[in-house]
Structure formats: structure tokens, C-alpha cells
Design a protein around this ligand. Structure first.
Ligand code: CTP
Ligand code: CA
Length: 239
């Protein structure tokens, strides 16, 4: 079925979107990763492009099946990245030209202090489980907020395991205060929900901690509601 072309209400908006999950090498054949599929961030990039935005999508280890629908869109440039360090470098470079930034990627909080330059082999230390020493990665989002250029709208994501809706809001508000973003998209995740799924449920907070959007549906529908909130932040700067 042919969907009607969406209104070009983001025409000319330069956007940076990060998506997927970073992988931190342990040795040449292993990594520390997370379960982010990149679907929600890819959906944001696609929805923005269909509304007229020019998007750079920094794709951290996203499966080609997820990227396929984005790749065919004019208006999206996909840049693959692997580690948090690579994502940081690419994000800094792309941020300078972006009016809006949506940081949907799941960034590894820690990396292996000294990845082995050869495969770690059991026979090198029989019966001895290795100890992995971790160091904290820089907070890319906080860095972008610190170095923001005038009028830039910066959106963070927070995936939280929570026991209740109240706890989700409370954790969202705390994260919002720590990050200094204009909008924070908060969603509940768990063993069963959130990652590989095509559906999502988001709470969007503005810088004052107000819930500006509560939305559930396909990741594409959710992306459009989030972009409505971004559009609202830009107010009448776009014509
Ligand atoms: N983020 C980032 N760089 C990091 C960690 C997180 O840019 N090193 C960004 C994510 O892309 C996301 C936001 O910060 O937009 C929130 O990520 P999250 O993991 O929920 O927050 P943390 O500050 O890492 O807190 P924690 O994992 O302890 O809940
Ligand atoms: Ca984290």
C-alpha cells in the first residue's frame, strides 16, 4: 500500500542521529556489547529524512536488515562505527554541522583497559578464568552538550529496567538533570521487552522535566512523535 508522503515539516533540518550499540574489544575475536538493535534510532533517521531533514546516521554495529530501509532514502548518510571511541570521534565531527542531535545509541559505559593483541587462549592459563579490567568511557552526550553550538537541540535516550511507571519517571528526571539535554526519551526495558522488538513505548521529557509526549506503537510511529517534540523545540525557526 502507498502511504501518503509526510508533510515536509523538517525540510532542510540538519540532523545527527546515533543508533545501535557500541562494541568494546576484549581481544581480536571478542567484544563486550549490548542488546541494542539500532531499530529505534534507525527509525528516527528514516522518519526525519521522509519529513525533509538531511540526516547523518552514525550506525554502531547495526544489522544490514535494519539499515536496508534507511539506505534507500535520499537524505540519510550512514556512517558505520564500532567502539565508543569511534562513535565519539564521528559524533564530534558531525555535531558541528547539525542543528539537532538525537543520541539513541547504546554506548558502552566501560571498555577493556588493555585489549589483548592476540586471542586469549585457555591453554595459556588452564583452569584460570581471566579477569577483565575495565575503564570508564567518556560520556559522549555530556560532551556534546558541553560543546553545543548556539540553538542546537540535543536529545538523549534512556533505557531503564524499572519496577513501576513512577520509577521510570523518577529515573528519567534524574538522568535528565545529569545530562543537560533539551529532551530525554525514556523507555522501560527488561529481559523480555525493548530491544529486538519492532514496537516501543516512550516517555519524552523536556529540559524542565515536563512530560511532553507519551507514545506507544511501532518504532516508526514512536520516531515520528519524538520528531514532533524536536520540531516543537525548534518552534518557528524552521519555515
Ligand atoms: N551516553 C553517551 N556516552 C556514554 C554513555 C551514554 O553519550 N558513555 C548517552 C546515550 O547515548 C544516551 C544517554 O547518554 O543518549 C543515556 O545513556 P544511559 O546509558 O541511559 O545513561 P548513563 O549516563 O550511562 O547511565 P546508566 O547507564 O548508569 O544508567
Ligand atoms: Ca550507560
Amino acid at each position: 500500500p502507498h502511504e501518503p508522503a509526510p508533510e515536509q515539516d523538517l525540510a532542510g533540518l540538519r540532523m545527527l542521529v546515533t543508533a545501535g550499540g557500541t562494541r568494546e574489544p576484549i581481544d581480536p575475536v571478542r567484544y563486550l556489547g549490548n542488546r541494542s538493535s539500532g531499530r529505534q534510532g534507525a527509525a528516527v533517521a528514516a522518519a526525519a529524512a521522509l519529513r525533509g531533514a538531511k540526516v547523518v546516521l552514525l550506525a554502531a554495529n547495526i544489522d544490514e536488515s535494519v539499515l536496508a530501509g534507511v539506505r534507500e532514502l535520499a537524505g540519510v548518510r550512514i556512517v558505520p562505527v564500532g567502539t565508543a571511541a569511534e562513535l565519539e570521534e564521528a559524533a564530534r565531527a558531525a555535531a558541528a554541522g547539525a542543528r539537532a542531535i538525537v543520541m539513541a545509541a547504546a554506548v558502552a559505559d566501560y571498555r577493556i583497559a588493555a585489549p589483548a593483541d592476540h586471542k586469549i587462549r585457555k591453554e595459556d592459563a588452564p583452569g584460570q578464568a581471566p579477569t577483565l579490567t575495565l575503564v570508564e568511557n567518556p560520556d559522549i552526550l555530556v560532551g556534546l552538550v558541553r560543546d553545543r553550538i548556539a540553538d542546537q537541540i540535543i536529545v538523549g535516550f534512556a533505557a531503564e529496567t524499572v519496577e513501576s511507571e513512577d520509577e521510570l519517571l523518577e529515573r528519567g528526571l534524574r538522568k535528565l538533570a545529569r545530562k543537560g539535554v533539551d529532551l530525554l526519551a525514556v523507555n522501560a526495558v527488561g529481559w523480555e521487552t525493548g530491544f529486538e522488538s519492532g514496537e516501543n513505548e516512550l516517555l519524552v521529557l523536556d529540559a524542565d522535566g515536563h512530560v511532553v509526549t507519551r507514545t506507544a506503537g511501532s518504532k516508526r510511529q514512536v520516531a515520528d512523535r519524538l520528531l514532533d517534540a524536536v520540531r516543537e523545540e525548534l518552534r518557528d525557526d524552521l519555515t
